[in-house]
Design a protein around this ligand. Sequence first.
Ligand SMILES: [Fe+2]
Length: 157
Amino acid sequence: MSNPITSTLSEESQKIAGDALQASLVDLIDLSLIAKQAHWNVVGSQFRSVHLQLDELVTDSRTFVDEVAERAAAIGVSPDGRAETVAKTASTVGFDEGWQKDGRVVGAIVANLAAVVKALRARIDATESADPVTQDLLIAITARLEQLHWMWQAQQA
Ligand SMILES: [Fe+2]
């Protein structure tokens, strides 16, 4: 259907911000799925703390998913959070199948957080003048994910 939601942005700015939000949406959806997969499959002596910490990451990721999707809608861009789209376009690094030792889980979460943050930082640059409101949202999300990246890394030391 034709677009029923008009944007206050120029067509060019809407495209830049919409692309940044869509790419962030699929990354954050996959991050939430990876964290749940890890939450269910982690084993080892640090099981309990890692298991619980993973659900904090799920909660934050899901909150960010909704914020990013609704920002896209607010600027007249239809958000696409379908599994097929996530699988084809997310810039996450994935998670192995089956039971996973706690140390490997921590490493995988650090790697996925780093990949998502790297991509978000590029989008923060891209949205600087096109849409500072979208940029502000991406900055806030990145700040929290970098905090989590630190906390997960601290467990590897
Ligand atoms: Fe649970």
